[in-house]
Design a protein around this ligand. Structure first.
Ligand SMILES: Cc1ncc(COP(=O)(O)O)c(C=O)c1O
Length: 454
């Protein structure tokens, strides 16, 4: 016999072995639920009368089973408090795949990739969720438009136009679960070969290959990407703040890139991953704003709120919309509607702008401290974003010395398409990740390590 009961709002499924006696079967099922952690310490069990009625047992059978498990230490019974699962009397067995815990995390984390996750605007997010879901029509909980909720597409169109100069008609916006998802959709729709910056993020090259497209290198110098090839379907670039060198695409190169796309029919994919964080100059507007028929603008909240939110967007040239939307419908249906509605409210209430402004101030302070600490090492790419690049003759030695002091740093070599013995080396240093209190100690270790390995 199997039965599911709800206690304290909790559903629990019990399998009672029909071959055992009724009381023994109930005892066995409860013991098993406590041991495996399905009944957590402190959980209140249903009253004997209710459980007896639900399981079709006599009440004194249930009482006797409870008494037995109290005697064995699985449960506790107190007058007035009912019968509860005993606190940690029988801890659940370890999970088969242990989750990484603090012991696995470096003491000082200056790897690039993540913003300060402790800055996530929880109160604003909760307020927006309450407001947005409170006002949402019932269809928000059903299958929706594969492009994403219209509330978010409209909010993004306004926000991206205002802050980044993107020409974004909501009809051409597709909400995704982040940049990687958007890149994968594009690679599948466009096919290869696709030119990707060299150096660039190796993971993104893998994403494109996973989508079945060949990757060819797009060289980068101090003015950004250049030598755009003729025989590709797309060039993927990071014009505002090249990843990882940090250079800004020179205005002449921007023009050349757009001309190249017009001449060849290829698409430019503009990855604007940290466009919100520019410190020294007026923000560099999105390339897409100058050629919306040839450039896909791609962004996400991964640097502003955190990658866990999994929300991103593509603003597409008209000719790509149908194919991308069709692929989205057939592979993902749509990104989660509740997060989309919340983000739409966050943007339209301007809480998103306020959050970004306050993060920008913090990150600028961190950037200033880092530049000061690294002044003898000529850091590159310091005017924007959440990371800098420092050239180093032996990045492995530096990273090993850092790791011995509990400091994790990113390497430069892995970003090259074909790293070899003469590949430039260096350290990619992220200043977004540490929480505020942990930042200066991390910088101290960094400067000591660099002083010892040059
Ligand atoms: C170069 C670059 N582009 C894009 C992203 C954002 O990716 P996603 O939106 O999939 O989290 C990142 C995140 O670290 C990045 O480093």
């Amino acid at each position: 016999m199997s039965q599911t009961w709800a206690t304290s709002g909790l559903d629990l499924h019990l399998d009672l072995d029909p071959a055992a006696g009724r009381r023994a079967a109930l005892e066995h099922a409860l013991r098993d639920a406590v041991r495996t952690g399905r009944l957590a310490p402190g959980t209140r069990l249903p009253a004997t009368r209710r459980l007896a009625a639900e399981l079709g047992l006599a009440r004194n059978t249930v009482s006797a089973a409870y008494d037995q498990l109290v005697a064995e230490g699985y449960l506790t019974a107190r007058r007035g408090a009912g019968t509860l699962v005993a606190p940690l009397a029988h801890p659940a067995p370890a999970r088969t795949a242990p989750e990484p815990g603090p012991a696995d995390a470096p003491r000082h984390d200056l790897r690039p990739g993540s913003p300060d996750l402790t800055l996530f605007p929880t109160a604003d997010w909760l307020r927006s969720t309450r407001r947005a879901l409170g006002a949402a029509p019932a269809d928000a909980h059903g299958y929706g438009d594969p492009r994403g909720r219209v509330e978010l597409r409209r909010a993004l169109a306004g926000y991206l136009g205002r802050t980044r100069g993107v020409q974004a008609d909501p009809e051409r916006v597709v909400v995704t679960t982040g940049y990687v998802r958007g890149l994968s959709l594009l690679a599948r729709v466009l096919g290869g070969p696709i030119a990707m910056e060299d150096p660039g993020l190796a993971f993104h090259r893998e994403v494109v290959r996973h989508a079945g497209a060949r990757v060819v290198p797009l060289p980068v110098d101090e003015d950004g990407a250049h030598a755009f090839p003729d025989d590709v379907t797309a060039a993927v670039v990071t014009p505002a703040h090249q990843y990882p060198t940090g250079v800004t695409l020179h205005p002449a190169r921007r023009r050349a890139l757009v001309d190249w796309a017009r001449d060849t029919g290829a698409v430019v994919v503009e990855d604007d991953y940290d466009g919100e964080f520019r410190y020294d100059r007026q923000p560099v507007g999105a390339l897409q704003g100058t050629a919306p028929d040839h450039v896909v603008y791609a962004g996400s909240v991964s640097k502003t709120l955190g990658p866990g939110s999994r929300l991103g967007w593509l603003v597409l040239p008209p000719r790509l919309v149908d194919d991308v939307v069709d692929l989205q419908r057939h592979t993902d249906r749509q990104a989660g509607a509740h997060g989309q509605l919340t983000l739409a409210d966050l943007i339209t209430s301007h809480a998103y702008d306020r959050h970004i402004r306050s993060c920008r101030l913090r990150y600028r302070r961190r950037r200033d401290l880092l530049v000061e600490a690294l002044r003898e090492h000529a850091p590159l790419g310091v005017s924007a974003g959440l990371h800098v690049l420092v050239r180093h003759p032996d990045e492995d030695a530096a990273r090993t010395a850092a790791a011995a002091r509990g400091l994790a740093l990113g390497g430069f070599r892995e970003h090259w398409h074909r790293p070899g013995p003469t590949t430039p080396q260096g350290l990619v240093i992220g200043y977004g990740t540490p929480a505020e209190h942990a930042y200066r100690p991390a910088l101290r270790v960094l400067t000591e390590v660099l002083a010892g390995t040059r």
